[in-house]
Write a protein that binds this ligand. Structure first.
Ligand code: 5GP
Length: 212
């Protein structure tokens, strides 16, 4: 009998959270440890922060280019966040999924809602919450890139963003980065085994029943 060669369609793993809850660090750790996971690099009209790299953290583009991509339906989803536009380029995601790779998205609740409407079967959504308001504020303040004004604005927005947790499949309270990363890895491992993602199961089971 031929051994069962697992083949599956890739899944879309969305991580959302208010700024400062630890989502970016969790994403980085996941990508380091899992070669089957690819990051979706968004386009954005916001200015590049110190340390960010064009094409790695974002594709930094101007508003005109963003509008053109949106008009040509090249974005899988898009949203306006903190006055800037963000969007997910469609082509890279579809290529990765069709090769059976999983794609990690760092997008907000508005984008997640759009993916939910267009690709529910491929979507696994995780919302990361901070352990407390005080800890969230501490993390935002120690993140040196942003000015005091931006920190204040993001604290105000965080309360609002957190109300959207109910739309997500999984919730992680990020008390400890290692534990939270391990939790997302466990979710990913389990979701990869979902029946509807596995291709060729019918044939395989038929073969098993026929004693091949
Ligand atoms: P930041 O400017 O701090 O990198 O990101 C601000 C917010 O925009 C974060 O909540 C992040 O998840 C969200 N974001 C980043 N890229 C995208 C995107 O392509 N689509 C959507 N909907 N949100 C995004």
């Amino acid at each position: 009998m031929q051994p069962f060669v697992p083949s599956r369609r890739g899944l879309m793993l969305v991580l959302s959270s208010p700024s400062g809850a630890g989502k970016t660090t969790i994403s980085r750790k996941l990508l380091e440890r899992d070669a089957d996971l690819a990051m979706s690099v968004s386009v954005t009209t916001r200015a590049k922060r110190p340390g960010e790299v064009q094409g790695r953290d974002y594709h930094f583009i101007d508003l005109q280019r963003f509008e053109a991509m949106r008009a040509r339906r090249e974005l899988l989803e898009w949203a306006k966040v903190f006055g800037n536009y963000y969007g997910t380029p469609r082509q890279a995601v579809e290529q990765a999924l069709s090769k059976g790779r999983d794609v990690l998205f760092d997008i907000d609740w508005q984008g997640t809602q759009q993916l939910e409407e267009s690709a529910r079967d491929d979507l696994v959504s995780v919302f990361v919450l901070p352990p407390s308001t005080a800890e969230l504020e501490r993390r935002l303040k120690t993140r040196a890139q942003d000015s005091a004004d931006v920190v204040a604005e993001r604290m105000a927005k965080a309360a609002d963003e957190m109300t959207h947790y109910e739309a997500y499949d999984y919730i992680i309270v990020n008390r400890d980065l290692e534990e939270s990363t391990a939790a997302v890895e466990a979710i990913l491992r389990a979701e990869r085994h979902r029946r509807h993602r596995q291709i060729g199961l019918n044939e395989f089971v038929k073969g098993l029943r026929e004693g091949q």
